[in-house]
Design a protein around this ligand. Structure first.
Ligand SMILES: [Zn+2]
Length: 255
């Protein structure tokens, strides 16, 4: 009988996936209680629960040369990296990991007070060598995918962010060709309008960056990441008066 799996180059890694998922399922189905600090005489598992949901979406570029190369990377145990979704140049979406499981895409990262982004986010990698523009097919697929995720997990518009946003100084993806404004127009991320913005005298740009979510420990890197997302024509680490207005407007929207 013909099998849809015939010729699938990822048969052996799919086998590993199923085995690992089964292990987790087994762990989850064990009644808790016996492992508690002061065990009770009997187990009393609650009847009222569901799976934890992702609350952020983090967008990346792969910095690799092809979708195939990225699939290889994410199915090779030694690399220790993965994402839930990979979007190829022709718009094909590879869903590599169940949304409820934790992918290894964020690394050392911080957004607001959240320091374990991998645990509360979905990672989406877009095939791009790091410098290219993104294809229309990729953006169309991304927008359709984001709409599904936003609805399914009730993800707030503000929680669609980039890898560079959560790892200033360490990551620069997605690159400055990424259409953040178009995403915000579609309800994924927020955007600014400074036409009637009045800047207060005591405005503090660094505090505004922190309120938006940036880790400002390295202030120059925080500014760089901010510009990569919101002022893509400027690759400096300086804050101008026009930038301050943008920051003030965004601060009020993100807080
Ligand atoms: Zn990344």
């Amino acid at each position: 009988m013909a099998c849809a799996c015939a010729g699938n180059p990822y048969r052996s890694s799919n086998k590993i996936y199923r085995r690992q998922a089964k292990d987790f399922a087994r762990q989850l189905s064990t009644l808790p209680g016996v492992d508690s600090l002061q065990p009770a005489a009997y187990s009393a598992g609650t009847t009222n629960f569901s799976l934890r949901k992702p609350n952020f979406v983090v967008i990346h570029h792969t910095a690799q040369n092809s979708c195939e190369q990225t699939l290889k990377t994410f199915t090779t145990p030694q690399t220790q990296v993965s994402a839930h979704y990979v979007i190829c140049k022709d718009g094909t979406i590879h869903h590599m990991l169940n949304d409820y499981l934790r992918a290894w895409h964020g690394g050392a990262a911080k957004w607001g007070s959240s320091t374990d982004i991998n645990s509360n986010s979905i990672g989406i990698e877009i095939d791009n060598n790091g410098y290219e523009t993104f294809t229309d097919a990729q953006i169309n697929s991304l927008l359709r995918l984001l709409a599904v995720l936003k609805k399914q997990y009730s993800i707030p518009a503000a929680n669609f962010i980039g890898h560079a946003d959560i790892a200033p100084g360490r990551k620069v993806d997605p690159n400055r060709n990424f259409p953040w404004q178009q995403l915000a127009t579609n309800g994924f991320g927020l955007w600014y309008d400074t036409t009637s913005t009045q800047l207060p005298d005591n405005f503090n740009a660094m505090q505004a960056l922190r309120i938006i979510g940036y880790n400002i420990q390295d202030s120059a890197s925080a500014v760089y990441s901010f510009k990569l997302h919101f002022i893509q024509t400027d690759s400096s680490k300086m804050i101008t008066d026009a930038d301050k207005k943008i920051l003030f407007d965004l601060m009020n929207k993100y807080q």
